[in-house]
Design a protein around this ligand. Structure first.
Ligand code: SAM
Ligand code: SF4
Length: 329
C-alpha cells in the first residue's frame, strides 16, 4: 500500500483504536440501549459485507490502527462471524482483536472465537439477579450468559465484565459485582449510564464513577492499578487480596476525551470520530468504487474533525437520542 499517513488529529491525539460494529441486530433489548420494540432494522443491502469490513480495516491498520473491537448490535448473531474474525486476525499490524458481547451465544461460540484469534472478550452483564436481569434486558437469559462466561473462561479468555450502573435499577448490586473479582482474575468494570435513548429523566439514573467508588469504599479497601498503552479509558483498582480488578468507565463525568484514541464504524459503514457527535461519513460508496487513496482521505478528514470533547455532562438538559446498537457503544 506504499507510504501511508498515520491518523493523528488536530490536537495531536494518535488514533489507534477502531470499534467496528458488524450488525445492528440484537437478541436483547436493554432498556438503556434500545426501545423494547427494537429500532428500525438496516436494509440488508445497507449492511457492509465482511469483505468491505476487511478492506476498511486493512486501510485503517495501514494508517496506524492497532486495536479493533468487534461490537454490534450483538456481534455473535451475525452469520459467518468466526470466519470473518479469522481473516481479521490475520491482518499484519493489527495487534489486538477483541470483541464485546452480551454473552447469550457465548457458550456455543467461545472456543471458535478463541481459535479464530480473538484475544479478549468484554461481556456485558448488568445484574446477577434473574428478575432484574430480565427487566433490564427484556429478552436476556441470565443462566445462558453465566454459562457463556464459564465457557469463555474454559476456552482460555481473560474475562472482563461490564456493568452499566443505574440508580434504582441495579445499583444495589455494585458490591456483589466487585466481589466477582475476589476469587477469580476477572476485570469488573462499572460504566456510567449514558443518555442514549429518549428518557427525560435520564439524569436520575446516573451514578458517577466517583459515587460508585465511594460506595465500594464502604465495603472494600482498594488501590489504583497502573495500566498500559492500548488499555482504554477505565480507571482500574484492585481490592486488597483480590485476584482480579475493578474499574470505572466514566464517559459522562470522567472527561477522558483529552486522550481519546478511537473512531467508530457502524454496520452500515458510517464512520464517526466521537460517540456523541452526529457528524458521520458514509464509507460504503467509496468502498465499492473508490481508490485506496480516497478511502484513506476520508479517514484522515474524519480524524481531523474529531471534536476536542463531547460536552455532555450529568447536568446537560437535553440530548439527541442515537442508535447505540448501530454504532456499537
Ligand atoms: N451487544 C453487545 C453488548 O451488549 O455487549 C455489544 C454492543 S453494546 C451497544 C456495547 C456496550 O455498550 C455494552 O457494554 C453496553 O452495556 C454499552 N451500552 C449500551 N448503551 C449504553 C448506555 N446507555 N450507557 C452506557 N453503556 C451503554
Ligand atoms: Fe443489545 Fe448490547 Fe444494546 Fe443490550 S447493549 S440491546 S445486548 S446491543
Amino acid at each position: 500500500m506504499g507510504e501511508t499517513v498515520k491518523l493523528v488529529d488536530n490536537l495531536g491525539r494518535r488514533i489507534n483504536y477502531l470499534r467496528l460494529s458488524v450488525t445492528d441486530l440484537c437478541n436483547m433489548r436493554c432498556s438503556y440501549c434500545m426501545p423494547e420494540s427494537g429500532v428500525e432494522k438496516l436494509k440488508h443491502s445497507d449492511v457492509m459485507s465482511y469483505e468491505q469490513m476487511l478492506t476498511l480495516t486493512q486501510h485503517a491498520v495501514a494508517m496506524g490502527i492497532e486495536k479493533v473491537r468487534i461490537t454490534g448490535g450483538e456481534p455473535l448473531v451475525r452469520k459467518g462471524l468466526v470466519k470473518f474474525l479469522e481473516s481479521m486476525a490475520g491482518i499484519p499490524g493489527l495487534n489486538q482483536l477483541v470483541l464485546t458481547t452480551n454473552g447469550m451465544l457465548l457458550e456455543q461460540m467461545a472456543t471458535d472465537l478463541k481459535r479464530a484469534g480473538v484475544q479478549r472478550l468484554n461481556i456485558s452483564l448488568d445484574s446477577l439477579r434473574p428478575e432484574i436481569f430480565s427487566r433490564i434486558t427484556k429478552r436476556g437469559d441470565l443462566k445462558r450468559v453465566l454459562a457463556g462466561i464459564a465457557a469463555a473462561e474454559k476456552a482460555g479468555f481473560p474475562i472482563k465484565i461490564n456493568m452499566v450502573v443505574m440508580r434504582g435499577v441495579n445499583d444495589s448490586e455494585i458490591a456483589d459485582f466487585a466481589a466477582l473479582s475476589l476469587e477469580k482474575s476477572y476485570a469488573v468494570r462499572f460504566i456510567e449510564y449514558m443518555p442514549v435513548i429518549k428518557n427525560d429523566n435520564w439524569q436520575s439514573l446516573v451514578l458517577t464513577g466517583e459515587e460508585i467508588l465511594n460506595r465500594l469504599a464502604k465495603h472494600y479497601s482498594f488501590t489504583q492499578v497502573v495500566r498500559g498503552g492500548l488499555s482504554g479509558p477505565a480507571r482500574e483498582f484492585r481490592i486488597a487480596g483480590a485476584c482480579g480488578t475493578i474499574g470505572v468507565i466514566t464517559p459522562l463525568s470522567g472527561h477522558f476525551c483529552h486522550d481519546c484514541n478511537r473512531i467508530r464504524i457502524s454496520a452500515s459503514g458510517n464512520v464517526r470520530s466521537c460517540l456523541f457527535s452526529d457528524e458521520e461519513f458514509d464509507l460504503k460508496p467509496i468502498l465499492s468504487t473508490g481508490s485506496p487513496a480516497s478511502i484513506q482521505a476520508v479517514l484522515r478528514n474524519l480524524v481531523m474533525s474529531k471534536p476536542a470533547s463531547h460536552g455532555m455532562t450529568q447536568t446537560s438538559s437535553s440530548h439527541v437520542p442515537f442508535a447505540m446498537s448501530q454504532i456499537g457503544g
